[in-house]
Design a protein around this ligand. Structure first.
Ligand SMILES: *Cc1c(COP(=O)(O)O)cnc(C)c1O
Length: 395
């Protein structure tokens, strides 16, 4: 049933209806053409930046001064704005709280060598965000909205991107079903937000992992390739059990046979066996990691042999027993690259090497150097953000 206002408009302007439609279409197009639209910004008058200690970053509870928010209503993204970070009200009937229609991204901005700020591989993060949203029956985020939201937020909170070695600004876009209407159904209303938090080296040590042969992270046909909240919730219990048994995290295996390695905790996993870089293929149960792709790209460029193929724990076991030179590591945005020093396969421990100057370490260093502008950006991975002051001057 059309809304009363539409009925009145139709009755009053019946024969001009198509003109009205055309005009409102044009207005909508103009309004939502984020290429030309500047996202309104409400600046905080209580910045916490001066008091923030970048030499002792506590990641998690400490966001930057602002956040980005937008709403999806009546088939359109609207109300895009950057405003002071703060809580928002949510009804207990909001659908995200019940059926898990939540999707997120994790990406980073870096202080680059010449003093500017760069966002790493925003195009790849947008593609993945929209693939995740599609899987969860949620509306896509248009490219221009995503890019402009990131530019507006990171530009405004530029001072939070510390140039200290290893520091970055972690960016967390999320989309949640905000419709207030209990019932098992796809929501019609969503919220898109981006929050930003300073981050130091997330983890610089090595980990001890256990091949998980009982629990499954993702099954064929499931949502394992989507960055949705439920994938993490379901991983907590097996991870807790592994910690209680003395490991840092689990090496996930495939849900069908529990014999092929899939991921390492919340990271993609790679093995360098006698100089060949091997990583499980993107088959629907594995998350298409931006760092996985970046490391593979760098390795190929060096002329290394890379293989994206299933790798069973039995193959690993055999390689260890044959005395192969094995490096094993996880790759992901938060920690970048984490070397694995011990792998438990059905109760038996194996020890990959973790050299400071091996394959893993040198690929990590090259990636870090590209992201921070210390090496040329030869793949166009860095998007430089103009600070709002500079952008105004340029207009
Ligand atoms: C996010 C994520 C990764 C890593 O992806 P990056 O884009 O490299 O951060 C790997 N596995 C899972 C399950 C993830 O959610």
């Amino acid at each position: 049933m059309p809304k009363p206002s539409t009925c009145i408009a139709n009755a009053a302007f019946g024969k001009y209806r198509w003109v009205i439609r055309l005009m409102s279409g044009l207005i909508l197009k103009w309004k939502f053409n984020y290429k030309t639209m500047h996202i309104p910004v409400i600046r905080t008058n209580k910045s916490r930046l001066a008091a923030y200690d970048f030499t002792n970053i506590q990641f998690g509870p400490n966001p930057t001064d602002h956040l980005f928010t937008a709403d999806y209503q009546n088939g359109e993204w609207t109300n895009a704005e950057v405003k002071p970070f703060g809580e928002f009200l949510i009804s207990p009937l909001a659908l995200c709280l019940h059926y898990g229609q939540t999707v997120f991204e994790g990406m980073k901005a870096f202080r680059v060598a010449d003093g500017g700020v760069s966002i790493f591989r925003r195009d790849k993060h947008l593609l993945r965000l929209n693939r995740s949203l599609e899987r969860m029956c949620m509306p896509a985020v248009p490219e221009a909205l995503f890019y402009e939201a990131l530019d507006a937020l990171v530009g405004l909170d530029e001072g939070w991107v510390s140039g200290l070695t290893g520091n970055s600004l972690y960016l967390r876009p999320i989309v949640i079903a905000s419709e207030v209407r209990l019932g098992v159904l796809e929501a019609n209303a969503y919220k898109f937000m981006i929050v930003a938090l300073p981050m130091a080296n997330y983890y610089d040590g090595t980990v001890k992992v256990k091949v998980e042969t009982e629990y499954t992270r993702a099954a064929k046909g499931g949502a394992g390739f989507a960055k949705c909240g439920g994938n993490y919730g379901g991983a907590f219990l097996p991870t807790r059990l592994a910690r209680q048994a003395g490991f840092d995290q689990v090496l996930w295996t495939d849900g069908d046979t529990h014999s092929y390695i899939e991921e390492s905790g919340t990271m993609n996993v790679m093995f360098a066996i006698n100089g060949t870089l091997i990583t499980p293929p993107l088959n629907g149960t594995i998350l298409d990691g931006v760092n996985r792709d970046s490391i593979l790209t760098l390795a190929k460029d060096r002329g290394m042999t890379t293989e994206e193929r299933p790798i069973g724990y039995q193959e690993l076991e055999t390689a260890f027993k044959n005395g192969a030179e094995i490096e094993a590591f996880g790759v992901g945005t938060a920690a970048v690259l984490t070397q694995i020093r011990e792998i438990d396969i059905l109760g038996q421990s194996y020890f990959p090497v973790t050299p400071n100057d091996g394959i893993a370490a040198s690929l990590r260093d090259e990636l870090n150097a590209i992201r921070t502008g210390r090496l040329p950006d030869r793949y166009g991975w860095n998007h430089l953000v103009a600070s709002p002051e500079k952008a105004e001057l340029a207009e």
